[in-house]
Design a protein around this ligand. Structure first.
Ligand code: ZN
Length: 279
C-alpha cells in the first residue's frame, strides 16, 4: 500500500486513562482518519475579521510552497486528532485541525518535516504549537450543568475544603488549587449494602461527599478526612503500572496518613458503618 498514516492527538477528554494526557502521536481512530469531503468544517475562531475561505486558501498556498508534492488539505474540528497525514500516490493527504490556520510558516515547515520524515524535533515543535492553541479545541459537550451545593445543614464543605487544603497541601499546590466541592444528591433513605463516602471526578474537577455525612452525629474531623482523601485524588496523578491504573499510590497513602486524626477517622468509620449504611 505504501501508505504512511500518523496523527497528532490531543486527548482533551482523557481522564484517568493510561494514555498520557499530553499532546502526542497516537494511533488514528478510524472515524477521524477517514478522509472526508468536508473542506472547512468547524468553527474556527481568531482572526475573526477575515473570511475562513480566504485563510484556508492562504494556508493551502503556504503548505504548497513548502512541500514538493501535491497536498490535499482538509480542515477539521476534531477534538482528538489534530493532524492526520496519509500518502495517496504522490500526493500528501492532510487533515488538520483549524487551529493550523494560525500557524506560521516555521510551524508548518516543522509539520511537513514531521509527516514526511518523522524527525522528533519537528514533532516536538508541532506538539508545542498544539498545546499553545488547545483553547481552540471545541470543549467536550457537557451533559448537564453542575449544580453545586457545598453548604449542608451541619457541615460547610467549602470551609472544610479550604481548611484542609491550607493545612495539608504544599504552598504551590494551595496557591494553584482549582477544584470544586459539593454534597451529593439527596438519596432516599434506605438500607444500603455499601456506601461511597466521597468521590472525585477529574473531568469536572469535582469532589462530592455523600449526604449521609451531613448529620449532627458525624464529627467534623471525619468529614475533613473524607474531603482530604478526595482532594489527594485531585492532586496526585493516577499511576499506570503494567497497564493497570493505580489511584492509591504509595505517595497517596503517605500523604493521606499525614492527616492529623487519620487513625480516629478510620476508627469512626469502622464503628459507625452500620449507622452510615442506614442513614
Ligand atoms: Zn480513593
Amino acid at each position: 500500500m505504501g501508505t504512511t498514516q500518523l496523527s497528532f492527538g490531543f486527548d482533551s477528554a482523557a481522564t484517568d486513562t493510561c494514555v498520557p494526557k499530553r499532546v502526542g502521536i497516537r494511533p488514528t481512530s478510524s472515524a477521524e482518519a477517514r478522509p472526508s469531503s468536508v473542506s472547512a468544517g468547524g468553527s474556527p475562531r481568531g482572526e475573526g475579521a477575515r473570511p475562513l475561505d480566504e485563510r484556508a486558501q492562504e494556508l493551502r498556498r503556504t503548505l504548497a510552497s513548502l512541500c514538493s508534492r501535491p497536498i490535499a488539505l482538509t480542515l477539521t474540528d476534531n477534538r482528538r486528532s489534530m493532524v492526520v497525514a496519509r500518502r495517496r500516490g504522490d500526493a500528501l493527504v492532510l487533515r488538520l485541525h483549524h487551529m493550523f490556520l494560525e500557524a506560521d510558516p516555521d510551524t508548518l515547515r516543522s509539520l511537513l518535516t514531521w509527516v514526511e520524515r518523522h524527525e522528533p524535533q519537528a514533532g516536538v515543535r508541532v506538539d508545542a504549537f498544539v498545546t499553545v492553541h488547545r483553547q481552540l479545541i471545541r470543549p467536550r459537550p457537557s451533559t448537564a450543568v453542575l449544580r453545586l451545593t457545598p453548604m449542608g445543614r451541619f457541615h460547610d464543605l467549602r470551609a472544610i475544603l479550604e481548611q484542609v487544603a491550607c493545612r495539608y497541601l504544599e504552598p504551590e499546590e494551595w496557591a494553584s488549587l482549582d477544584v470544586r466541592i459539593s454534597w451529593g444528591k439527596r438519596a432516599p433513605s434506605r438500607r444500603r449494602r455499601s456506601i461511597q463516602l466521597g468521590s472525585y471526578v477529574r473531568e469536572d474537577r469535582l469532589i462530592r461527599v455523600h449526604r449521609a455525612l451531613d448529620a449532627e452525629w458525624v464529627p467534623r474531623f471525619f468529614v475533613e478526612a473524607v474531603v482530604y482523601h478526595e482532594l489527594l485524588h485531585h492532586q496526585i496523578p493516577v499511576e499506570c503500572v503494567n497497564g493497570r491504573r493505580r489511584v492509591h499510590t504509595p505517595e497517596f497513602r503517605v500523604r493521606e496518613a499525614l492527616f492529623e486524626r487519620h487513625a480516629d477517622a478510620n476508627a469512626f468509620e469502622r464503628d459507625h458503618l452500620g449507622q452510615l449504611l442506614r442513614s
